[in-house]
Design a protein around this ligand. Structure first.
Ligand code: NAP
Ligand code: ZN
Length: 347
């Protein structure tokens, strides 16, 4: 497919702008998808602005993709034209390392292929993401999406949903656990919904007083302002789990102090600067500081099915493609309720 419409970042300090993108013709195992909706993840902003230092321009972000299959290669068995499908944060992996064999392609030992700003498994072709009209993805990395839920609200599940679902499952979060979510944005609001649906007692830790009412509607049982002096003292030794979704530099030690003995703080946010952790915060209390990356394809399908069954979707604000730069600024200002989603018909 030649010269399809997309939006790209051309340089760290420049706004995104239209870009004519070439996609490969679908090979035997490929699925060609017309993109209907694409969510706007903070990782898109980190990448567009080269905050992680590895952006190759022009870069087309977007990894919360929902659309319809338009064509399939001759060996494709799982999908046919007209099916509703999703694509998340990665589009291929080696397929033979221990992690790939264990359905954890996100931790592919030979390097998976992220949906944008990454290399295909040929290790030379760059990938371009979902701020575009079409994408071509190998069958094994395409997800089935139920038509039961509004598709624009499903799109953010492909990253924000699976990124929060996976650690909740891995650490077995359930009724009886006290869990805090730090940062009420795209990931944060999905963490609240999913953790509450699994029975945990959820506390929202935010710096934004305006979000208190929303947090309750999303399912949080408690709301505490991290900017208030007494909050941290009051909550010391309270939580079994903390899910940290903050995208900018902040002090992990303050939050570690809120964990009970054996508590686990799960980092999901990827601030572009290294953190300093006081060993005593971990040692006194045998606490763990861990991280988690999206989720494998099998688990992503399980999450989509779980959300369809439990009627869980993202709270979205729809934008036109040409509003993307404004949406980035609003996201950076914490003014997102709670995921911007691009209507790709407007490109
Ligand atoms: P987002 O929608 O911008 O939400 C981030 C939230 O963090 C904000 O709404 C704000 O919540 C809080 N925050 C922002 N700056 C802060 C600061 N300086 N101090 C304290 N709190 C601050 O971002 P997102 O899309 O959820 O992504 C969050 C992070 O996760 C990003 O770094 C992204 O790259 C990363 N990510 C990781 C994975 C993974 O696999 N681990 C996957 C996707 C994204 P309040 O207003 O409530 O304080
Ligand atoms: Zn993302």
């Amino acid at each position: 497919m030649k010269s399809i419409k997309s939006y790209a970042a051309y340089a760290a300090e420049k706004p995104l702008a239209p870009y004519a993108l070439d996609r490969r013709e679908p090979g035997a195992k490929d699925v060609e998808i017309e993109i209907l909706f694409c969510g706007v993840c903070h990782s898109d902003i980190h990448t567009a602005r080269n905050e992680w230092g590895a952006t190759q321009y022009p870069a087309v972000p977007g990894h919360e993709i929902v659309g319809k299959v338009t064509r399939v290669g001759e060996s494709v068995t799982k999908f046919k034209a007209g099916d509703t499908v999703g694509v998340g944060c990665f589009v291929d992996s080696c397929g033979h390392c221990d992690n790939c064999k264990d359905h954890q392609e996100q931790y592919c030992e030979n390097g998976n292929t992220q949906t944008y700003n990454a290399l295909e498994q040929d290790k030379k072709t760059l990938t371009y993401g979902g701020y575009s009209t079409h994408i071509v993805v190998t069958e094994g990395f395409v997800l089935s999406v139920s038509d039961k839920l509004p598709l624009e609200k499903v799109a953010p599940l492909l990253c924000a949903g699976i990124t929060t679902y996976s650690p909740l499952r891995h650490w077995g979060v359930k009724a009886g656990h006290k869990l805090a979510v730090v940062g009420l944005g795209g990931l944060g609001h999905m963490a609240v919904k999913l953790a509450a649906s699994m029975g945990a007692e959820v506390t929202m830790l935010s710096r934004s007083p305006k979000k208190e009412k929303d947090a309750a509607e999303l399912g949080a049982h408690h709301f505490k302002l991290t900017t208030e002096k007494d909050t941290m003292k009051e909550l010391a030794n309270t939580f079994d789990f903390i899910i940290d979704t903050v995208s900018a530099e902040h002090d992990y030690n303050e939050y570690l102090a809120l964990l009970k003995t054996n508590g686990v703080m799960i980092l999901l946010g990827v601030p572009p600067v290294p953190a300093t952790v006081a060993p005593g915060q971990l040692i006194f209390g045998r606490r763990s500081l861990v991280g988690s990356l999206v989720g494998g394809i099998k688990e992503t399908q399980e999450m989509l099915d779980y959300c369809a069954e439990h009627n869980i979707t993202s709270d979205v604000e729809m934008i036109r493609m040409d509003q993307i730069n404004e949406a980035y600024e609003r996201t950076l200002a914490g003014d997102v309720h709670y995921r911007f989603v691009i209507d790709m018909a407007t490109i």
